[in-house]
Design a protein around this ligand. Structure first.
Ligand code: NDP
Length: 325
């Protein structure tokens, strides 16, 4: 699936094009992989655009960038043999050739392969890194996380709870909020579509908010600012409400000053040295059932554009994947 054109505003199906290509012969050190799952992630919207960002724009007519999990079919690399389960960045494609050094071998016998694209992959690491290294909450702190039922947000709240924090989420709709509280164990979850965002947030955080993990921006972020306690910390992880170009005006900026808040934007790949530790800790928590996750799985490469469009409007419930086999 290639990028056919750059979206203006909302992403449309015609921004993508499905193509057929011949599998190339393997060179020294290369591995041929059949992808079982493709990860769909909000950052892909940024790569579709030419606006200045932390990474270069995706080229037109080239395979859409993306994380993949699959099975080695053939290998010219000493570390891989056919049948190995691997995670890589092979993009929106059923098969792909990768430099073996860019693949991570994973154990899919006790943990499903798909989890390595979510809670045990980049989104899980984003939650772990943002919480532990940017927010740094203390036990007893109240933390707030937006997009709380999603791949990143769901892990943030659960990890915070395990550290003795009070966790509040914001999510879209009663079903997602019920899941966040009943299944994931957050203390509260506010439905931002319920029409009483500021009042409901204030009621859920009577002692204020010590640290905020911001995934969305827009109205939820604005409603959280007045509730932040003095010297509160904000981990700015994502602004998905604005990725399609919608207005992101912040009316409550003055609370950054009066409450003397700190806000730090971060990109999870800025500290690759921390990934082995983070993935090990997340793996133990998933294996012992202390860290739960949920997936929405679209079937087949042709379904990927619509699933991606849905991710940018909240149609997904948990980690959005595409199954390719
Ligand atoms: P999610 O699984 O949370 O899916 C996206 C969710 O965002 C949707 O389900 C929806 O939840 C919410 N959403 C979508 N569109 C809007 C909108 N217009 N307004 C409000 N909410 C919306 O995705 P991820 O967990 O993968 O990513 C969450 C955030 O983290 C994103 O902003 C992403 O860019 C960011 N991120 C940042 C990284 C970094 O390194 N800084 C790395 C990975 C992710 P709901 O229905 O509840 O509104």
């Amino acid at each position: 699936m290639v990028l056919a054109s750059r979206p203006r505003g909302a992403v449309l199906p015609e921004n993508f094009r499905l193509e057929t290509a011949t599998v190339p012969a393997l060179g020294e050190g290369q591995v041929l992989v059949r992808n079982h799952y493709l990860s769909l992630d909000p950052y892909m919207r940024g790569r579709m655009s030419e606006a200045k960002s932390y990474a270069a724009a995706q080229a037109i007519d080239e395979t859409m960038i993306g994380g993949t999990a699959g099975e080695v079919v053939a290998s010219q690399h000493p570390r891989f043999t056919p049948g190995d389960r691997v995670v890589g960045m092979l993009g929106w494609a059923e098969m792909g050739v990768a430099d073996g050094n860019m693949l991570r071998k994973v154990d899919a016998t006790s943990i499903p392969l798909s989890a390595y694209l979510g809670v045990l992959g980049m989104p899980g690491m984003t939650a772990w890194y943002g919480l532990n290294h940017i927010m740094q909450p203390a036990a007893g702190n109240t933390i707030l996380v937006s997009a709380a039922s999603g791949a990143v947000g769901s892990a943030v709240g659960q990890l915070a709870k395990l550290q003795g924090c009070r966790a509040i989420g914001i999510a879209g709709g009663p079903e997602k909020c019920a899941y966040v509280v009943d299944e994931l164990g957050f203390d509260a979850c506010i439905d931002y579509k319920g029409g009483r965002l500021a009042e409901d947030l204030a009621a859920a955080a009577p002692g204020g908010i010590d640290a905020l993990f911001e995934n969305v921006g827009g109205a939820g972020f604005d409603a959280a600012l007045p509730l932040m306690n003095a010297f509160g910390r904000i981990a700015l992880c994502g602004l998905i409400a604005g990725y399609n170009g919608d207005d992101m005006a912040v009316r409550n900026l003055r609370y950054m000053l009066t409450s003397r808040l700190s806000m730090r934007g971060f990109i999870v790949t800025e500290h690759m040295d921390l990934w082995p530790q983070g993935l090990r800790e997340l793996g133990e928590l998933v294996a012992t059932g202390k860290l739960k996750y949920r997936e929405t799985v679209a079937q087949g490469l042709a379904a990927a554009p619509d699933a991606f469009i849905g991710l940018l409007s909240g149609r997904n419930f948990g980690k959005q994947l595409v199954r390719l086999i």
